[in-house]
Design a protein around this ligand. Sequence first.
Ligand code: DX5
Ligand code: ZN
Length: 230
Amino acid sequence: MSWSQLAPTRDTRDGAAAIAPSLLSADFSRLAEEIRDVEAAGADFLHLDVMDGHFVPNITFGPVLIEGVREVTEMPFDAHLMIENPDKYIPAFAKAGADIITIHVETSTDVKRDLQMIRDAGKHPGITLNPDTPLESLIDYFGDIDLLLVMSVFPGFSGQSFMPEVLSKVQAAKKIRDEDGLEFAIEIDGGIDIDTSKHARAAGVDIMVSGSTVFGSKDYAETIRALRVG
Ligand code: DX5
Ligand code: ZN
């Protein structure tokens, strides 16, 4: 499955990246409005940060919220599961309306099984890794995924500083993907702003998550445009 099918409306200009605003940085007293606003501003995906208070030191939301906001927007839902034992919850996130379901290699007890569970549920499997986890830990799974998420902060909170050293993982993954004729999308998550987005795009990312930069800005459309093409 080519990743372009994940976001059929995306900007396909050379070097342009798709943008996935993270709902975690939205104003939660106006969630529906915030989602409609980023969609109207040109966002390609809605990134949903699910945290369990075990794998990461923060708790956010689960399938109930995702199901609730599913009817608000046409944007594909990009669910990032920062939770222990993801296999227990994959069916619930699939049912709630997640389109991409991304698990952490650090938390899964059987990565192949979990990616297949996501595929069997009719969803796009993604895998991700913390900044200090080597890319080699994913080598067996590149053929099983539609999305590789490279974390550019330690997961847990929005608003942290970008870690440029992870860009070598983006470059290495892109090389493997292209040499092996694979088609997974490469996404980056954490600390993306107007400046760091340039480095991420230059390294070859296809999708950039942005929490605080998009939702903290006055003009979502202008910010998304600037992140997308620089
Ligand atoms: C971090 C989350 C990120 C975060 C991004 O644990 O996975 O998606 O919300 O927020 P910014 O863009 O503010 O770093
Ligand atoms: Zn995330």
